[in-house]
Write a protein that binds this ligand. Structure first.
Ligand code: HC1
Ligand code: SF4
Length: 569
């Protein structure tokens, strides 16, 4: 504990963390463009200056010392911050009017507004060519302020290292490693760099403006699915606490927006469990396919295997992801039952993920008539924009609004897909029932919940002993795969989610996103499951109806044709 003075008041600070973090804990807002709670400070932007004993010092890189006299706002501090912001704006493109991050999402714009800095720059906005090579995201270096957070998150958290810092002609540049554009690099489209970018240099590939216009035309039959994680995160965009379940408001907003049917990916996650659970049993007991089996619902992870470990492609479950299973069923089962031609149906997904945009466009995700499973993917943040653009007062929407039948109801096992360990837990609940004669009472598997990077457990079901692992974040995937290859590690089934905490922290999730927020989101999901009366996928009446009326058996002929794919060459 360190005693010092802040703004004329005696205060105790934690000596182990920076002044910026201590001040933040006190509720004093210090601006910074290069600091992030998960990453710490990159120590580059300098606008976090404060006055210590009469001198201006960067608060992000200074630790507290006994007796310091700190002032957090003076004329000199204001002038220094303004000066830094003006310099940044001299090199910043001037298309703020149409920037993705306009409307309060740009930290630079917010700071310029607060400090009265104008954009007097007349520089052309296309000094660098905009990189649109990735389906998930767009990189516009004309807007980059070189805060280096993208470098840190991609290298240190994700373990991928797409970006690096280089000095070109005496100027610092953020460069790509291994390719001229994002699609040529090892980028897996997880979007974690998009979430930490303080400006519009890295943004998701916007599809919401076009969707908004198309919806207004009302020419097609629009149906929508929303991913499990959305229900516990979207509220944050409307000042509702992280983790709170706002399903009813989501449904209300989507109905107002003109969707013919409002459905849920929790439902198709239940279908995934029926299919993937059956596939796991076939691999383990009938030798049908490689083990360990890996989950395949996270497209960032699938991209990672393709780019880094193609020798494991055959270990990925052949099941399409819940997003794609939903789309495939919408254009077959739903189309037939509701008598709407599949060509007239537009399937929209709301996903917490930038990589889902690319997944929907994969060639494997078309049927033999070249009809795509999913037509449009928007992120959680884009959905919030859609609501705001249409002047819907989200927080005031009434409770009790329900999904449409018959692809709306999901079990809480399906909902748990949105958080790390959830796919495994949902699968265990159903696999246990299939494999064991006696009714298995255990529903919660504590060892595979939470934020540890690699979570392991062994579960005994009847005569079978399953060795399981959950990889939380792609940063740990490489060592697990090397361990499996060398024989050091043995597992039967492995869940991998590319983003830390699972989809609750996807590249399309609300910002700010940090460990504190993620904790609340995860608790919200587990709380929902605890009080649910439908906690196993195979108990879902809409799933029973699907198999009775349409699919017949899990992994049967029809399922194989519609719901499975292959990633091996
Ligand atoms: Fe996910 Fe999934 S859980 S991948 O994170 O398997 O995006 O939420 O929709 O498809 O269900 C995302 C979330 C999502 C799929 C499911
Ligand atoms: Fe790295 Fe993910 Fe960003 Fe790609 S999307 S550059 S993998 S952080």
């Amino acid at each position: 504990d360190i005693k010092l003075t802040v703004n004329n008041k005696e205060t105790i600070f934690d000596g182990g963390i920076s002044l910026l973090e201590n001040l933040d804990n006190m509720g004093i807002d210090i601006p910074s463009l290069c600091y992030h709670k998960d990453l710490g400070s990159q120590d580059v932007c300098g606008i976090c200056v404060i006055d210590i004993d009469g001198e201006l010092v960067k608060s992000c890189s200074t630790k507290p010392k006994e007796g310091m006299v700190i002032r957090t706002y003076t004329d000199d501090i204001e002038a220094r911050r303004k000066d830094i912001l003006e310099k940044l704006m001299e090199n910043h493109s001037n298309d703020c009017l149409t920037c993705e991050k306009a409307k309060g999402d740009c930290q630079l714009q917010d700071a310029c507004y607060e400090y009265g800095v104008e954009n007097r720059n007349s520089k052309p906005v296309t000094m660098y060519e905009i990189d649109r090579s990735s389906e998930g995201m767009v990189r516009d270096m004309n807007k980059c302020i070189k805060c280096e957070k993208c470098v840190a998150v991609c290298k240190d958290i994700q373990g991928i290292g797409v970006y690096d810092v280089e000095v070109v002609d005496g100027e610092k540049e953020i460069v790509l490693v291994g390719g001229k554009n994002l699609s040529e690099t090892k980028c897996i489209s997880c979007g974690q760099c998009v979430k930490v970018c303080p400006v519009g240099a890295l943004v998701e590939n916007n599809t919401v403006s076009e969707l908004s216009r198309e919806l207004k035309k009302r020419e097609k039959h629009f149906i929508v699915q929303m991913a499990p994680a959305i229900k516990h995160t979207i509220g944050e965009e409307f000042f509702i606490a992280p983790g709170q379940d706002v399903t009813s408001m989501m449904v209300g907003a989507l109905k107002k927006l003109g969707f013919s049917k409002v459905f849920s990916t929790d439902y198709s996650a239940d279908v995934t469990i029926m299919e993937e659970g059956t596939e796991l049993i076939q691999r383990l007991t009938k030798g049908k396919g490689k083990t360990p089996m890996f989950t395949s619902c996270c497209p960032g992870w699938v991209n990672y295997v393709e780019k880094n470990h193609p020798e494991f492609l055959g270990n990925l479950s052949s099941c399409k992801s819940p997003q794609q299973i939903f789309g495939a069923l919408a254009k077959s089962y739903y189309a037939e039952e509701s008598k709407v031609p599949k060509e007239d149906i537009v399937v929209v997904s709301i996903m917490p993920c930038t990589a889902k945009k690319g997944e929907a466009q994969r060639i494997e995700m078309e049927d033999h008539d070249r009809v795509r499973d999913v037509d449009v993917v928007i992120t959680t943040r884009e959905f919030a924009k859609l609501v705001k653009m249409n002047n819907i007062n989200f927080a005031a929407l009434p409770n009790g609004q329900e999904y449409d039948s018959f692809m709306g109801k999901g079990s809480s096992a399906g909902r748990l897909f949105g958080t790390s360990g959830g796919v495994m837990e949902a699968a265990l609940r159903t696999v246990a029932t299939i494999l064991s004669e006696e009714k298995v009472g255990v529903l919660e598997f504590e060892e595979i919940r939470g934020f540890k990077n690699v979570k392991e457990t062994t579960v005994e079901i009847g005569e079978n002993k399953l060795k399981l692992a959950v990889v939380n974040g792609i940063g740990s995937a490489h060592s697990v795969m090397e361990g499996i290859k060398s024989g050091r590690l043995y597992y039967d089934f492995v869940e991998v989610m590319a983003c830390h905490g699972g989809c609750i922290s996807g590249g399309g999730a609300p910002i700010p996103d940090n460990l504190d927020v993620r904790r609340q989101r995860m608790e919200g999901m587990h709380g929902f499951d605890k009080t649910s009366t439908l906690r196993r996928s195979h108990d879902n009446p809409e799933i029973k109806r699907l198999y009775e009326n349409y699919l017949e058996d899990p992994c049967g002929h029809k399922s194989h044709h519609l719901l499975h794919t292959t990633y091996s060459d």
